[in-house]
Design a protein. Structure first.
Length: 352
């Protein structure tokens, strides 16, 4: 009886050991994985700038006369093609009408002479004199028509009326400045940049500015950089808008200028969370997740700097690697692991 009890106890013990070993063999560690992030190659700097008008334009009539109407006042915003003022055009209209009558008479006469010329009843010399006279009258008529058109003054571009120098009923000569127009068809931005930024000018990649009250950032194009620094070791940079500026933008307004430049690295660098790095005998390693679900220890070279609290890897990894981010404690070379699917920000707790 004792022998039977002893045999049964031996069998149970064997089964318990076997179950324990099976459970240990089937146990798989769960880990979070991450791909290395290429270290950003763009350097972004912001500076205080100011809007300047492209130019101030002096406007006047191309012909003399008496001002009949002025349609704008100082401070008005005008669009290209808007009528600003006009002269009394009575005399100019009479000049055009008189020449039109004369031109039509000569035109009829030339038509009659042409028929006679075709019939060889008029000499070549008489025919050429008649046609030349008609052309001369056509030119004079066009000149008078131009003078009539010049009695109206239109805005050559979008802008603000800075000054109005005359009033209706006053006489002006051709070219007399009637208006000063601030051209805002294009916006220019000026700013002062330090020596360190000036030295990186060959790597400038993108420019834009932002203004209070305007939601979208405004893209800019580089116009020039003054190669001579001022007394504060600052260099004047000038840029222009690549799109029509919003009406809200005016000369003298402050802006925030952003300069994006590319940073040259001798070799690619990557970022990894500090939790993915572990040390062994003064060397740094990460666990690489293989296609067969096993892990392999990979030595990496760390930079002395951190970027946004993460480690900078100078060598030892590639962008297509999958690295164990967390859960790397007590892992073994060649061990099989199970990746954990991280929940999205909109699926907190993995309830969906």
């Amino acid at each position: 009886m004792n022998k039977n009890i002893y045999a049964m106890l031996l069998i149970v013990a064997t089964l318990l050991v076997s179950c324990g070993e099976t459970k240990k063999e089937n146990y798989v560690s769960s880990v979070y994985l991450i791909n290395p992030t290429l270290l950003g190659c763009d350097n972004v700097k912001s500076y205080s700038g100011m809007i300047e008008a492209t130019s101030d334009i002096s406007l006047g009539f191309k012909t003399p006369g008496e001002i009949e109407k002025i349609y704008v006042k100082e401070g008005d915003y005008v669009r290209k093609g808007d009528l600003l003022a006009e002269l009394d055009d009575s005399d100019y209209k009479l000049g055009v009408e008189a020449l039109e009558i004369q031109y039509n008479q000569v035109k009829d006469e030339v038509s009659r002479i042409e028929k006679l010329y075709q019939q060889k009843s008029v000499s070549v010399n008489d025919y050429e004199k008649a046609t030349a006279g008609l052309k001369q009258l056509a030119v004079q008529l066009q000149l008078n028509q131009n003078k009539l058109d010049y009695t109206k003054l239109y805005a050559p571009t979008d802008g603000y009326v800075q000054s109005v120098n005359f009033s209706p009923a006053e006489m002006v000569d051709a070219g007399t400045v009637l208006f000063k127009l601030l051209d805002v068809s294009q916006m220019e931005v000026v700013a002062d940049i330090p020596v360190s930024e000036y030295q990186q000018r060959a790597n400038f990649k993108e420019f834009y500015c932002s203004v209070a009250g305007v939601e979208d950032r405004i893209p800019l194009k580089l116009v020039s950089i003054n190669p001579k620094a001022d007394g504060n070791q600052l260099y004047r940079i000038k840029l222009t808008s690549s799109q029509a500026p919003a009406k809200i933008l005016t000369a003298g307004m402050n802006v925030n200028l952003t300069i994006v430049s590319s940073t040259q690295h001798e070799k690619e660098q990557y970022q990894l969370p500090l939790s993915a790095i572990f040390k062994e005998e003064d060397k740094s390693y990460v666990w690489e997740f293989k296609s067969d679900s096993t892990i392999s220890k990979q030595e990496v070279e760390l930079s002395s700097k951190l970027v946004n609290g993460e480690a900078v890897i100078e060598s030892g990894i590639t962008p297509d690697m999958k690295i164990v981010r967390t859960g790397n404690v007590n892992l073994q070379q060649g061990e099989k692991v199970k990746p954990i699917q991280e929940h999205s920000k909109t699926n907190v707790g993995g309830l969906l």
